[in-house]
Design a protein around this ligand. Sequence first.
Ligand code: APR
Length: 307
Amino acid sequence: MAKISVIGAGNVGATTVQRLAELELGEIVMTDIVEGLPQGKALDLMQAGAINDYDTQVTGTNDYADIADSDLVIITAGIARKPGMSREDLIKTNSKIIGEVSRNIAEYSPNSIVINVTNPLDIITYVAMKATGFEPKKVFGMSGVLDTGRFASFIAEELKCSKKDVEAMVIGGHGDLMVPLPQYTTISGVPLPELLPDETIARLVERTVNGGAEIVGLLKQGSAFYAPSAAIVRMAEAVLKDSKRILPASAYLEGQYGQEGIYFGVPVKLGANGIEEILELELDESQSEILRKSSETIRRGISQLDI
Ligand code: APR
């Protein structure tokens, strides 16, 4: 049976554990810096199993030794973005936290695959790769599955069709830096531009780009966690079942898309070895331009890091 550890028992972490437990994907360990928080939530989730019919073992702990020999580690620890706060404001605090978390992952679970969720996503994923010392293909970030989910949801609402039939594609950095790709977005195989006029697509793209901020603004405190946890579990499942799914992920680029040495959202093949392939799509000129700008912002963020 697989062992999955989730670092951070906050909104994103605990909801991820709930979804993983319900799917019986493996034994789960949930850790947090706050004493009692992961233990209390783990107990609650164990009891939910008796009602929801799952036998998943969920353990809460404040001790990193308990994550030993995990197959998959999901990082959700850190500070969530507050209203008015940019992802870049988070770099300092969260890179320090994730540096420490990553060194513990390397010590106790040296053979694990690591999915990072902590923001600013592409920069913190870089920190996790450097601080674990793992091969880049074993450390990647969750952002694109969430962003495509948001884009698909808005498209389905506009077309008044089922979300199940929408396959969206979004690449680039997470947040304001993403590049939704309408030409690679299909509804039961039909390209989006054949079903909606350009102005409508532009409006949906804009709402997708601001999708996280829209929710932050409504919640007043904290940020989204239902869709993020659903996105994490889709990626976790691809790794644990070695299913070779093609999903967007923040991956370490070594020349692809003209980029080197940064993490960036791109379509990848996901399996038991982590990122098994990076797919290169042809982009139009304006998309290439946004992508270049987006990568420069991430590069600047990385250059601010103290690692
Ligand atoms: N070690 C372990 N856990 C930590 C540490 C640390 N050093 N520092 C903070 N935490 C824990 C907090 O105690 C809290 O329980 O991380 C958890 C974060 O939970 P929330 O504040 O509820 O934040 P959440 O909404 O779950 O978001 C977590 O995911 O989507 C991103 O931007 C979001 O970076 C944020 C992360």
